[in-house]
Design a protein around this ligand. Structure first.
Ligand code: GTP
Ligand code: MG
Length: 450
Protein backbone atom coordinates (compact mmCIF):
# COMPACT_ATOMS: atom_id res chain seq x y z
CA UNK A 1 0.00 0.00 0.00
CA UNK A 2 1.46 3.36 -1.05
CA UNK A 3 4.91 1.81 -1.31
CA UNK A 4 6.31 4.19 -3.90
CA UNK A 5 4.96 7.25 -2.13
CA UNK A 6 6.43 6.04 1.16
CA UNK A 7 9.81 5.46 -0.43
CA UNK A 8 9.86 8.84 -2.14
CA UNK A 9 8.79 10.75 0.96
CA UNK A 10 11.38 8.84 2.93
CA UNK A 11 14.06 9.81 0.42
CA UNK A 12 12.91 13.44 0.41
CA UNK A 13 12.99 13.66 4.18
CA UNK A 14 16.25 11.78 4.59
CA UNK A 15 18.10 14.93 3.54
CA UNK A 16 16.91 16.88 6.51
CA UNK A 17 16.61 14.11 9.07
CA UNK A 18 20.31 13.99 9.71
CA UNK A 19 20.94 17.72 9.39
CA UNK A 20 21.81 19.70 12.47
CA UNK A 21 20.18 22.78 11.07
CA UNK A 22 17.57 23.55 8.52
CA UNK A 23 18.30 26.33 6.10
CA UNK A 24 16.41 27.92 3.23
CA UNK A 25 18.30 25.80 0.76
CA UNK A 26 17.47 22.39 2.17
CA UNK A 27 13.90 23.46 2.91
CA UNK A 28 13.36 24.42 -0.72
CA UNK A 29 14.93 21.23 -1.99
CA UNK A 30 13.04 19.00 0.41
CA UNK A 31 9.75 20.67 -0.35
CA UNK A 32 10.32 20.26 -4.05
CA UNK A 33 10.94 16.56 -3.57
CA UNK A 34 7.94 16.12 -1.29
CA UNK A 35 5.75 17.80 -3.88
CA UNK A 36 7.14 15.60 -6.62
CA UNK A 37 6.50 12.51 -4.49
CA UNK A 38 2.86 13.57 -4.06
CA UNK A 39 2.38 14.35 -7.75
CA UNK A 40 3.94 11.03 -8.71
CA UNK A 41 1.45 9.38 -6.41
CA UNK A 42 -1.26 11.02 -8.55
CA UNK A 43 -2.28 13.50 -5.90
CA UNK A 44 -4.33 16.41 -7.26
CA UNK A 45 -2.01 19.26 -8.28
CA UNK A 46 -3.63 21.95 -6.15
CA UNK A 47 -3.75 19.62 -3.16
CA UNK A 48 -0.03 18.86 -3.47
CA UNK A 49 0.80 22.54 -3.81
CA UNK A 50 -1.23 23.56 -0.77
CA UNK A 51 0.31 20.71 1.17
CA UNK A 52 3.91 21.72 0.57
CA UNK A 53 3.16 25.40 1.10
CA UNK A 54 1.69 24.66 4.49
CA UNK A 55 4.56 22.45 5.57
CA UNK A 56 6.99 25.09 4.36
CA UNK A 57 5.25 27.80 6.34
CA UNK A 58 5.58 25.71 9.47
CA UNK A 59 9.21 24.75 9.08
CA UNK A 60 10.41 28.23 8.20
CA UNK A 61 8.94 29.27 11.50
CA UNK A 62 11.83 30.59 13.55
CA UNK A 63 11.26 28.17 16.38
CA UNK A 64 11.75 25.19 14.11
CA UNK A 65 14.92 26.59 12.66
CA UNK A 66 16.41 26.81 16.11
CA UNK A 67 14.96 23.60 17.46
CA UNK A 68 17.27 20.97 18.88
CA UNK A 69 16.40 18.49 16.19
CA UNK A 70 14.89 20.40 13.28
CA UNK A 71 14.96 17.38 10.98
CA UNK A 72 12.51 15.52 13.16
CA UNK A 73 10.33 18.59 13.41
CA UNK A 74 10.23 18.70 9.65
CA UNK A 75 9.01 15.13 9.53
CA UNK A 76 6.46 15.93 12.18
CA UNK A 77 5.03 18.77 10.10
CA UNK A 78 4.76 16.52 7.05
CA UNK A 79 3.03 13.97 9.25
CA UNK A 80 0.63 16.57 10.68
CA UNK A 81 -0.28 17.83 7.22
CA UNK A 82 -0.80 14.28 5.97
CA UNK A 83 -3.16 13.55 8.84
CA UNK A 84 -5.03 16.76 8.06
CA UNK A 85 -5.16 15.95 4.35
CA UNK A 86 -6.57 12.51 5.07
CA UNK A 87 -9.39 14.07 7.08
CA UNK A 88 -7.82 14.81 10.48
CA UNK A 89 -10.14 12.66 12.55
CA UNK A 90 -11.95 9.39 12.09
CA UNK A 91 -15.67 9.75 11.41
CA UNK A 92 -18.00 6.98 12.48
CA UNK A 93 -21.05 5.76 10.62
CA UNK A 94 -24.25 7.65 11.35
CA UNK A 95 -26.84 5.82 13.38
CA UNK A 96 -30.59 6.21 13.29
CA UNK A 97 -32.22 7.41 16.47
CA UNK A 98 -34.89 4.85 15.84
CA UNK A 99 -33.58 1.65 14.23
CA UNK A 100 -33.10 0.35 11.67
CA UNK A 101 -30.18 2.48 10.52
CA UNK A 102 -30.39 2.62 6.73
CA UNK A 103 -27.07 2.50 4.86
CA UNK A 104 -27.14 3.07 1.11
CA UNK A 105 -24.11 1.87 -0.88
CA UNK A 106 -23.44 3.38 -4.31
CA UNK A 107 -20.62 3.54 -6.84
CA UNK A 108 -19.37 2.62 -10.29
CA UNK A 109 -19.38 -0.89 -11.72
CA UNK A 110 -16.79 -3.18 -10.21
CA UNK A 111 -15.81 -0.68 -7.51
CA UNK A 112 -16.37 -3.29 -4.84
CA UNK A 113 -19.85 -2.34 -3.61
CA UNK A 114 -21.26 -5.82 -3.13
CA UNK A 115 -18.07 -7.06 -1.50
CA UNK A 116 -18.16 -4.05 0.80
CA UNK A 117 -21.79 -4.70 1.75
CA UNK A 118 -20.72 -8.20 2.83
CA UNK A 119 -17.67 -6.86 4.68
CA UNK A 120 -19.68 -4.18 6.46
CA UNK A 121 -22.29 -6.71 7.56
CA UNK A 122 -19.47 -8.86 8.91
CA UNK A 123 -17.87 -5.87 10.64
CA UNK A 124 -21.12 -4.73 12.27
CA UNK A 125 -22.06 -8.24 13.32
CA UNK A 126 -18.69 -8.62 15.05
CA UNK A 127 -19.56 -5.44 16.97
CA UNK A 128 -22.74 -7.01 18.24
CA UNK A 129 -25.08 -5.31 15.78
CA UNK A 130 -27.74 -7.16 13.79
CA UNK A 131 -27.45 -6.09 10.17
CA UNK A 132 -29.47 -7.24 7.20
CA UNK A 133 -28.52 -6.72 3.56
CA UNK A 134 -30.72 -5.86 0.58
CA UNK A 135 -30.14 -6.75 -3.07
CA UNK A 136 -31.23 -3.62 -4.93
CA UNK A 137 -28.90 -4.42 -7.83
CA UNK A 138 -31.73 -6.06 -9.77
CA UNK A 139 -30.41 -6.09 -13.31
CA UNK A 140 -28.03 -9.02 -13.17
CA UNK A 141 -29.40 -12.19 -11.49
CA UNK A 142 -25.76 -12.98 -10.61
CA UNK A 143 -25.58 -9.82 -8.52
CA UNK A 144 -28.33 -11.09 -6.24
CA UNK A 145 -26.69 -14.52 -6.06
CA UNK A 146 -23.38 -12.90 -5.13
CA UNK A 147 -24.95 -10.98 -2.27
CA UNK A 148 -26.81 -14.06 -1.08
CA UNK A 149 -23.57 -16.02 -1.01
CA UNK A 150 -21.79 -13.29 0.96
CA UNK A 151 -24.69 -12.93 3.40
CA UNK A 152 -24.64 -16.69 3.88
CA UNK A 153 -20.95 -16.58 4.75
CA UNK A 154 -21.47 -13.75 7.22
CA UNK A 155 -24.62 -15.30 8.63
CA UNK A 156 -26.98 -12.36 8.10
CA UNK A 157 -30.39 -12.32 6.38
CA UNK A 158 -30.65 -10.97 2.87
CA UNK A 159 -33.66 -9.27 1.35
CA UNK A 160 -34.42 -9.78 -2.36
CA UNK A 161 -37.55 -10.00 -4.46
CA UNK A 162 -37.70 -12.73 -7.05
CA UNK A 163 -40.54 -13.51 -9.42
CA UNK A 164 -42.12 -16.95 -9.71
CA UNK A 165 -39.41 -17.82 -12.25
CA UNK A 166 -36.71 -17.05 -9.68
CA UNK A 167 -35.56 -14.01 -11.64
CA UNK A 168 -35.13 -10.81 -9.57
CA UNK A 169 -37.96 -8.32 -10.02
CA UNK A 170 -36.52 -5.30 -11.77
CA UNK A 171 -37.62 -2.59 -9.38
CA UNK A 172 -34.69 -1.40 -7.29
CA UNK A 173 -36.71 1.24 -5.44
CA UNK A 174 -39.36 -1.29 -4.38
CA UNK A 175 -36.67 -3.72 -3.16
CA UNK A 176 -34.95 -1.02 -1.11
CA UNK A 177 -38.19 0.29 0.36
CA UNK A 178 -39.51 -3.13 1.30
CA UNK A 179 -36.13 -4.16 2.66
CA UNK A 180 -36.26 -1.32 5.19
CA UNK A 181 -39.78 -2.34 6.25
CA UNK A 182 -38.69 -5.97 6.54
CA UNK A 183 -35.63 -5.04 8.62
CA UNK A 184 -37.86 -3.08 10.97
CA UNK A 185 -40.34 -5.95 11.22
CA UNK A 186 -37.55 -8.42 11.98
CA UNK A 187 -36.01 -6.11 14.57
CA UNK A 188 -32.69 -5.81 12.70
CA UNK A 189 -30.83 -2.68 13.78
CA UNK A 190 -29.22 -1.97 10.39
CA UNK A 191 -30.16 -2.46 6.75
CA UNK A 192 -27.40 -2.18 4.13
CA UNK A 193 -28.62 -1.62 0.58
CA UNK A 194 -26.47 -2.80 -2.33
CA UNK A 195 -27.13 -0.98 -5.62
CA UNK A 196 -26.26 -1.47 -9.27
CA UNK A 197 -23.17 0.11 -10.76
CA UNK A 198 -22.60 1.38 -14.28
CA UNK A 199 -19.49 1.69 -16.34
CA UNK A 200 -19.63 5.46 -16.35
CA UNK A 201 -21.48 8.03 -14.38
CA UNK A 202 -24.76 8.05 -16.28
CA UNK A 203 -28.02 9.80 -15.63
CA UNK A 204 -30.21 6.69 -15.51
CA UNK A 205 -28.09 5.21 -12.74
CA UNK A 206 -27.96 8.44 -10.82
CA UNK A 207 -31.72 8.89 -11.10
CA UNK A 208 -32.27 5.40 -9.74
CA UNK A 209 -29.98 5.91 -6.73
CA UNK A 210 -31.57 9.28 -6.06
CA UNK A 211 -35.00 7.59 -6.16
CA UNK A 212 -33.79 4.95 -3.69
CA UNK A 213 -32.48 7.70 -1.45
CA UNK A 214 -35.84 9.46 -1.55
CA UNK A 215 -37.77 6.29 -0.80
CA UNK A 216 -35.60 5.03 2.06
CA UNK A 217 -34.21 8.23 3.66
CA UNK A 218 -30.82 6.67 4.47
CA UNK A 219 -28.93 7.66 7.60
CA UNK A 220 -25.71 6.99 5.77
CA UNK A 221 -24.89 7.13 2.05
CA UNK A 222 -21.54 5.57 1.31
CA UNK A 223 -19.79 6.03 -2.00
CA UNK A 224 -17.55 3.07 -2.84
CA UNK A 225 -14.59 3.74 -5.08
CA UNK A 226 -11.65 1.75 -6.38
CA UNK A 227 -8.49 3.45 -5.07
CA UNK A 228 -6.53 2.13 -8.05
CA UNK A 229 -8.36 4.55 -10.36
CA UNK A 230 -6.47 7.55 -8.97
CA UNK A 231 -7.80 10.97 -9.92
CA UNK A 232 -10.81 9.39 -11.68
CA UNK A 233 -11.87 8.23 -8.24
CA UNK A 234 -11.84 11.83 -7.06
CA UNK A 235 -13.89 12.98 -10.05
CA UNK A 236 -16.55 10.29 -9.70
CA UNK A 237 -16.74 10.92 -5.96
CA UNK A 238 -17.47 14.55 -6.79
CA UNK A 239 -20.14 13.62 -9.32
CA UNK A 240 -21.87 11.27 -6.86
CA UNK A 241 -21.64 13.79 -4.07
CA UNK A 242 -23.24 16.49 -6.22
CA UNK A 243 -26.27 14.29 -6.81
CA UNK A 244 -26.48 12.31 -3.59
CA UNK A 245 -24.84 14.44 -0.91
CA UNK A 246 -22.94 11.42 0.38
CA UNK A 247 -21.92 10.93 4.01
CA UNK A 248 -18.70 9.11 3.46
CA UNK A 249 -16.32 7.39 1.09
CA UNK A 250 -15.15 3.77 1.06
CA UNK A 251 -11.83 3.25 -0.67
CA UNK A 252 -11.41 -0.30 -1.94
CA UNK A 253 -8.42 -2.21 -3.27
CA UNK A 254 -5.92 -0.37 -1.12
CA UNK A 255 -4.10 -3.69 -0.99
CA UNK A 256 -3.17 -3.35 -4.65
CA UNK A 257 -0.30 -1.21 -5.87
CA UNK A 258 -2.37 1.94 -5.77
CA UNK A 259 -0.27 5.06 -5.86
CA UNK A 260 -2.40 6.62 -3.18
CA UNK A 261 -3.51 9.75 -5.01
CA UNK A 262 -7.20 9.06 -4.48
CA UNK A 263 -6.82 8.53 -0.76
CA UNK A 264 -4.85 11.72 -0.42
CA UNK A 265 -7.01 13.99 -2.55
CA UNK A 266 -10.60 12.81 -2.02
CA UNK A 267 -11.08 14.32 1.37
CA UNK A 268 -9.99 17.82 0.48
CA UNK A 269 -11.61 17.87 -2.96
CA UNK A 270 -14.96 16.30 -2.04
CA UNK A 271 -15.00 17.39 1.59
CA UNK A 272 -16.48 14.13 2.78
CA UNK A 273 -14.66 11.75 5.13
CA UNK A 274 -13.19 8.43 4.11
CA UNK A 275 -14.83 5.99 6.52
CA UNK A 276 -13.53 2.60 5.48
CA UNK A 277 -10.74 1.05 3.46
CA UNK A 278 -10.98 -2.31 1.71
CA UNK A 279 -7.72 -4.20 1.73
CA UNK A 280 -8.52 -7.50 0.07
CA UNK A 281 -11.18 -9.75 -1.32
CA UNK A 282 -11.96 -11.60 1.89
CA UNK A 283 -14.76 -10.62 4.24
CA UNK A 284 -12.45 -9.50 7.01
CA UNK A 285 -10.31 -7.33 4.73
CA UNK A 286 -11.93 -4.09 5.88
CA UNK A 287 -10.48 -1.44 8.16
CA UNK A 288 -12.02 1.64 9.63
CA UNK A 289 -10.20 4.63 8.20
CA UNK A 290 -8.13 6.59 10.68
CA UNK A 291 -6.20 9.51 9.16
CA UNK A 292 -3.42 9.34 11.77
CA UNK A 293 -2.83 5.63 11.31
CA UNK A 294 -2.80 5.99 7.54
CA UNK A 295 -0.30 8.86 7.71
CA UNK A 296 1.92 6.76 9.95
CA UNK A 297 1.84 3.95 7.43
CA UNK A 298 2.61 6.27 4.54
CA UNK A 299 5.60 7.67 6.42
CA UNK A 300 6.74 4.15 7.25
CA UNK A 301 6.07 4.57 10.93
CA UNK A 302 4.05 1.41 11.08
CA UNK A 303 0.56 1.17 12.41
CA UNK A 304 0.82 0.26 16.04
CA UNK A 305 -2.81 0.75 16.88
CA UNK A 306 -4.16 -1.44 14.08
CA UNK A 307 -1.61 -4.05 15.03
CA UNK A 308 -2.67 -4.04 18.63
CA UNK A 309 -6.34 -4.12 17.63
CA UNK A 310 -5.82 -7.06 15.34
CA UNK A 311 -4.00 -8.80 18.14
CA UNK A 312 -6.81 -8.06 20.55
CA UNK A 313 -9.28 -9.83 18.30
CA UNK A 314 -7.27 -12.98 18.92
CA UNK A 315 -6.64 -12.55 22.61
CA UNK A 316 -9.37 -12.24 25.16
CA UNK A 317 -9.18 -9.20 27.38
CA UNK A 318 -7.83 -10.96 30.43
CA UNK A 319 -5.19 -12.79 28.48
CA UNK A 320 -4.18 -9.59 26.70
CA UNK A 321 -3.75 -7.83 30.01
CA UNK A 322 -1.59 -10.64 31.32
CA UNK A 323 0.51 -10.48 28.20
CA UNK A 324 0.85 -6.72 28.41
CA UNK A 325 2.11 -7.04 31.95
CA UNK A 326 4.65 -9.56 30.79
CA UNK A 327 5.82 -7.24 28.00
CA UNK A 328 6.23 -4.39 30.44
CA UNK A 329 8.04 -6.38 33.07
CA UNK A 330 10.06 -8.26 30.47
CA UNK A 331 8.86 -11.60 31.81
CA UNK A 332 7.79 -12.68 28.35
CA UNK A 333 9.50 -16.01 27.67
CA UNK A 334 9.87 -18.47 24.83
CA UNK A 335 6.83 -20.48 25.93
CA UNK A 336 4.74 -17.31 25.69
CA UNK A 337 6.36 -16.64 22.35
CA UNK A 338 5.37 -20.09 21.18
CA UNK A 339 1.78 -19.69 22.39
CA UNK A 340 1.50 -16.28 20.74
CA UNK A 341 2.88 -17.62 17.48
CA UNK A 342 -0.12 -19.89 17.30
CA UNK A 343 -2.38 -16.89 17.72
CA UNK A 344 -0.46 -14.71 15.29
CA UNK A 345 -0.86 -17.43 12.71
CA UNK A 346 -4.60 -16.80 12.94
CA UNK A 347 -4.19 -13.06 12.47
CA UNK A 348 -3.19 -13.14 8.82
CA UNK A 349 -0.07 -12.95 6.75
CA UNK A 350 3.12 -12.47 8.73
CA UNK A 351 4.42 -9.92 6.26
CA UNK A 352 1.32 -7.72 6.56
CA UNK A 353 1.51 -7.84 10.31
CA UNK A 354 5.19 -7.06 10.50
CA UNK A 355 4.66 -4.15 8.12
CA UNK A 356 2.50 -2.51 10.76
CA UNK A 357 5.30 -2.38 13.31
CA UNK A 358 7.18 0.93 13.43
CA UNK A 359 10.54 0.81 11.75
CA UNK A 360 9.88 -2.63 10.37
CA UNK A 361 7.69 -1.42 7.51
CA UNK A 362 10.53 -0.28 5.30
CA UNK A 363 12.85 -3.18 6.01
CA UNK A 364 10.24 -5.84 5.45
CA UNK A 365 9.64 -4.88 1.83
CA UNK A 366 13.12 -5.96 0.87
CA UNK A 367 12.81 -9.46 2.25
CA UNK A 368 10.49 -12.20 1.36
CA UNK A 369 8.77 -13.16 4.55
CA UNK A 370 7.98 -16.78 4.48
CA UNK A 371 5.06 -17.79 6.66
CA UNK A 372 6.68 -21.23 6.67
CA UNK A 373 9.49 -19.70 8.72
CA UNK A 374 7.08 -20.05 11.61
CA UNK A 375 7.32 -23.78 11.33
CA UNK A 376 11.08 -23.71 11.92
CA UNK A 377 10.70 -21.49 14.95
CA UNK A 378 8.00 -23.78 16.29
CA UNK A 379 10.18 -26.83 15.77
CA UNK A 380 13.07 -25.22 17.63
CA UNK A 381 10.94 -24.20 20.58
CA UNK A 382 9.34 -27.63 20.70
CA UNK A 383 12.82 -29.08 20.98
CA UNK A 384 13.49 -27.07 24.18
CA UNK A 385 12.75 -28.12 27.74
CA UNK A 386 10.22 -26.10 29.78
CA UNK A 387 13.05 -24.57 31.81
CA UNK A 388 14.84 -23.46 28.67
CA UNK A 389 11.66 -21.88 27.37
CA UNK A 390 11.18 -19.99 30.63
CA UNK A 391 14.83 -18.92 30.92
CA UNK A 392 16.34 -18.66 27.46
CA UNK A 393 19.51 -17.17 28.96
CA UNK A 394 20.57 -20.62 30.25
CA UNK A 395 20.74 -21.99 26.71
CA UNK A 396 24.47 -22.56 26.36
CA UNK A 397 26.54 -24.22 23.64
CA UNK A 398 25.69 -27.84 24.39
CA UNK A 399 22.01 -27.03 24.86
CA UNK A 400 22.05 -25.22 21.52
CA UNK A 401 23.48 -28.31 19.83
CA UNK A 402 20.86 -30.55 21.43
CA UNK A 403 17.99 -28.22 20.50
CA UNK A 404 19.20 -27.90 16.91
CA UNK A 405 19.53 -31.66 16.56
CA UNK A 406 16.08 -32.26 18.02
CA UNK A 407 14.56 -29.89 15.48
CA UNK A 408 16.62 -31.25 12.61
CA UNK A 409 18.36 -27.90 12.19
CA UNK A 410 21.71 -26.18 12.71
CA UNK A 411 23.12 -24.39 15.75
CA UNK A 412 23.03 -21.13 13.73
CA UNK A 413 19.26 -21.50 13.53
CA UNK A 414 19.04 -21.64 17.32
CA UNK A 415 21.32 -18.61 17.58
CA UNK A 416 19.18 -16.71 15.11
CA UNK A 417 15.99 -17.55 16.97
CA UNK A 418 17.40 -16.45 20.33
CA UNK A 419 18.62 -13.20 18.80
CA UNK A 420 15.24 -12.57 17.17
CA UNK A 421 13.54 -13.26 20.45
CA UNK A 422 15.71 -10.76 22.29
CA UNK A 423 14.98 -8.11 19.67
CA UNK A 424 11.29 -8.85 19.76
CA UNK A 425 11.25 -8.38 23.51
CA UNK A 426 12.77 -4.96 23.06
CA UNK A 427 10.19 -4.07 20.45
CA UNK A 428 7.32 -5.24 22.60
CA UNK A 429 8.53 -3.13 25.45
CA UNK A 430 8.41 -0.07 23.21
CA UNK A 431 5.01 -1.02 21.87
CA UNK A 432 3.45 -1.55 25.25
CA UNK A 433 4.80 1.80 26.38
CA UNK A 434 3.28 3.52 23.36
CA UNK A 435 -0.03 1.81 23.81
CA UNK A 436 -0.04 2.53 27.50
CA UNK A 437 -0.32 6.20 26.66
CA UNK A 438 -3.63 5.39 25.03
CA UNK A 439 -3.29 8.09 22.39
CA UNK A 440 -2.05 8.60 18.89
CA UNK A 441 1.59 7.75 18.61
CA UNK A 442 3.93 10.72 18.56
CA UNK A 443 5.82 10.31 15.29
CA UNK A 444 8.93 12.04 16.51
CA UNK A 445 9.18 9.50 19.28
CA UNK A 446 8.90 6.66 16.80
CA UNK A 447 11.45 8.19 14.51
CA UNK A 448 13.84 8.64 17.37
CA UNK A 449 13.72 4.89 17.86
CA UNK A 450 14.51 4.08 14.25
N1 GTP B 1 -7.99 -6.79 -3.93
C1 GTP B 1 -9.21 -6.35 -3.63
N2 GTP B 1 -10.24 -6.74 -4.38
C2 GTP B 1 -11.47 -6.28 -4.06
C3 GTP B 1 -11.69 -5.41 -2.96
N3 GTP B 1 -13.01 -5.14 -2.90
C4 GTP B 1 -13.58 -5.80 -3.94
N4 GTP B 1 -12.66 -6.49 -4.64
C5 GTP B 1 -12.86 -7.30 -5.85
O1 GTP B 1 -13.32 -6.48 -6.88
C6 GTP B 1 -14.23 -7.18 -7.72
C7 GTP B 1 -15.54 -6.42 -7.86
O2 GTP B 1 -16.19 -6.41 -6.60
P1 GTP B 1 -17.75 -6.30 -6.42
O3 GTP B 1 -18.01 -6.19 -4.97
O4 GTP B 1 -18.46 -7.34 -7.17
O5 GTP B 1 -17.99 -4.88 -7.11
P2 GTP B 1 -19.37 -4.13 -7.37
O6 GTP B 1 -19.11 -2.69 -7.19
O7 GTP B 1 -20.45 -4.73 -6.57
O8 GTP B 1 -19.59 -4.44 -8.92
P3 GTP B 1 -20.97 -4.33 -9.76
O9 GTP B 1 -22.05 -4.91 -8.92
O10 GTP B 1 -20.70 -5.11 -10.99
O11 GTP B 1 -21.16 -2.89 -10.05
C8 GTP B 1 -14.39 -8.54 -7.11
O12 GTP B 1 -13.56 -9.45 -7.78
C9 GTP B 1 -13.93 -8.35 -5.68
O13 GTP B 1 -13.41 -9.54 -5.13
C10 GTP B 1 -10.55 -5.02 -2.18
O14 GTP B 1 -10.61 -4.25 -1.20
N5 GTP B 1 -9.33 -5.53 -2.56
MG1 MG C 1 -22.28 -5.51 -7.08
Amino acid sequence: MFDTLSDKLDAALKNVKGEGRINDLNIAETMREVRRALLDADVNYQVAKDFTNKVKAHVTDEKVLQAVNPGQQFVKHVYDELVYLLGDVHVDLNQAKRPPTVILVAGLQGAGKTTFVGKLAHFLKAKGRSPMVAAADVYRPAAVDQLETLAGQVGVPVFAIRGADGVPVKDAVAVAEQAVAEARRMGRDTIIIDTAGRLHVDEAMMDEVVAIKKATEPDEILFVVDAMTGQDAVNTAKAFNDRLDIDGVVLTKLDGDTRGGAALSIRSVVEKPIKFAGTGEKLDALTEFYPDRMAQRILGMGDVVSFVEKAQEQFDAEEAEKLQRKFRTQEFDLQDFYDQLQKIKNMGSLKDLLGMIPGVGKAIKQIDVDDEAFRHIEALIQSMTPVERAQPEIINGSRRRRIAKGAGMEVQDVNALLKQFREMKKLMKTMSKLQGKGRAVDPTQLLAGR
